[in-house]
Design a protein around this ligand. Structure first.
Ligand code: EPU
Length: 426
């Protein structure tokens, strides 16, 4: 069930230990990029393990406006049909709703030689420029102009280039990859982002016939192919490490014993190491994490970094765990300047947090106390839900539509583990 803005609240009461099994859905930040990559070649694609989230529907609408028709087949399977009638214009009304809409830039420019795209929206946690995307495309021969908030880009045919990214941007790496598959010659992307979702996109592109070396590393080498030579393919979306981390955090604050199915430990190594330092027991086997927590965790200091560092998207969860841990933890945000907005909401729940600039000092308290709060974005929203599980009394989370953008039935999954949680209409 998905909510319109503010038509629902999530109501949470303090939970005892969580017990049972939860299956982690596919990753939003892979599924959306795979969908955009269907612009690269005509044919029928089937994606499985696609999460049931609002952003997937928005991407489907955006692709429909451009010329790819998507249909949910149920059970996390989507069929996407690129019939070759592509119009490389991305309308503002859809683009402004999700950051991932920027991912149509690379495929459209590489395959069709032109694109008009409004600057993308997404979460409101500071400025999110696209200079690295544009500089790389320019080095590959594209010319672009920014007029009235719209990027107008053209290229006769992109050519291969040696690119070194100023910063390992996830979106820029993806756009340059999906542009390079149709470029004339070889493109090297150095200082590429290494997130598992990028390796998933590479695997999809290879399935379409692209030639990519260095998958999973920070140096990607793409041998361009003739436009028209790639083909549609089927693909299973990689499990969502951020949703997986959310269930780990829930067990960390409630205690309990939970098995996460379809969670890849190798994609979460740094986080797991730090959670073990906090006192969480996590045993990993193929695609499964067994988590056990009993009593209060210990505080640690944490800094966010690009993969394989601690992801910025984990941070609200980490701050929430520290809020009820034993001791003081210092959290440093290195990716987004404005990503501490939810701290005020955690303070409403009794958390002892002081934030200034990129840092937050979190003094653990024995327990939080329930209160009405509002989710400011997807990840902070989920963290507030987790905080509610550790709060005495009742917590109501508004802004549920943010959570629905990236979480596939968070409430149902937590309830199945024994949490006292429900959605109510207002
Ligand atoms: N940046 C630039 N110039 C650029 C591109 C990025 O300065 O051209 C800066 C950004 O402003 C930001 C930092 O680099 O400060 C990281 O940006 P990046 O491009 O790596 O991130 P993104 O592609 O915009 C994706 C995820 C985010 C996640 C980040 C970092 C999607 C749709 N979004 O964003 O996920 O936080 O990578 O891992 O994949 C979420 O899912 O809730 C979410 C926000």
């Amino acid at each position: 069930m998905h909510s319109g803005p503010d038509s629902e609240r999530i109501v949470i009461r303090r939970a005892g230990p969580l017990v049972g099994e939860v299956t982690v859905p596919g990753a939003k930040n892979s599924a959306l990029k795979l969908m955009a990559a269907t612009l690269l070649a005509e044919g029928t694609y089937e994606l499985s393990n696609v999460p049931d989230i609002v952003d997937v529907g928005i991407m489907a609408d955006l692709l429909a406006a451009i010329g790819v028709q998507s249909q949910s087949l149920g059970g996390g399977c989507w069929r996407l049909v690129n019939g070759g009638q592509v119009d490389p214009f991305a309308p503002y009304e859809l683009v402004e709703r999700i950051r991932a809409s920027i991912n149509v830039l690379g495929p459209l420019l590489g395959r069709y030689g032109r694109v008009e795209l409004s600057l993308p929206g997404g979460d409101d946690f500071g400025s999110r420029p696209i200079d690295i995307h544009l500089r790389g495309l320019e080095q590959m021969g594209a010319v672009y102009e920014l007029r009235h908030g719209v990027v107008h880009a053209r290229a006769e045919r992109l050519h291969g280039a040696e690119l070194t990214l100023d910063y390992p941007s996830v979106g820029a790496t993806e756009n340059l990859l999906t542009a390079a598959v149709h470029a004339k010659g070889t493109t090297v992307i150095d200082n590429a982002a290494r997130e598992p979702e990028i390796a998933d996109l590479c695997a999809f592109l290879v399935g379409m016939g692209a030639e990519i070396e260095g998958i999973g590393s920070s140096r990607l080498v793409v041998h361009g192919c003739e436009p028209g030579s790639l083909r549609a393919t089927d693909h299973r979306v990689v499990p969502d490490r951020i949703q997986a981390a959310t269930y780990l955090a829930a067990v960390a604050v409630c205690g309990g014993e939970v098995t996460l199915r379809e969670a890849r430990a190798e994609h979460m190594e740094m986080l797991l190491r730090r959670l073990r330092e906090m006192g969480l027991t996590v045993n990993a086997s193929a695609d499964t994490l067994a988590v056990f927590a009993d009593g209060r965790l210990r505080s640690i200091d944490v800094a966010t970094l690009p993969y394989p560092g601690i992801a910025t998207d984990y941070k609200p969860l980490v701050v929430t765990m520290l809020a009820v841990a034993d001791g003081v933890g210092i959290v440093t945000e290195n990716l987004y300047p404005g990503r501490f907005r939810y701290v005020e909401e955690l303070q409403r729940l009794g958390a002892d947090i002081h934030s200034a600039g990129h840092h937050a000092v979190v003094r653990g308290v024995p327990h939080l106390s329930g209160a009405p709060v509002r989710a400011p974005d997807i990840r902070a929203g989920a963290a507030l839900v987790v905080a509610g599980l550790a709060a005495v009394g009742t917590t109501t989370v508004a802004g549920v539509h943010h959570i629905d953008r990236g979480y596939d039935d968070l409430v149902g999954r937590l309830a199945a583990l024994g949490a006292d949680i429900s959605r109510v209409a207002v």
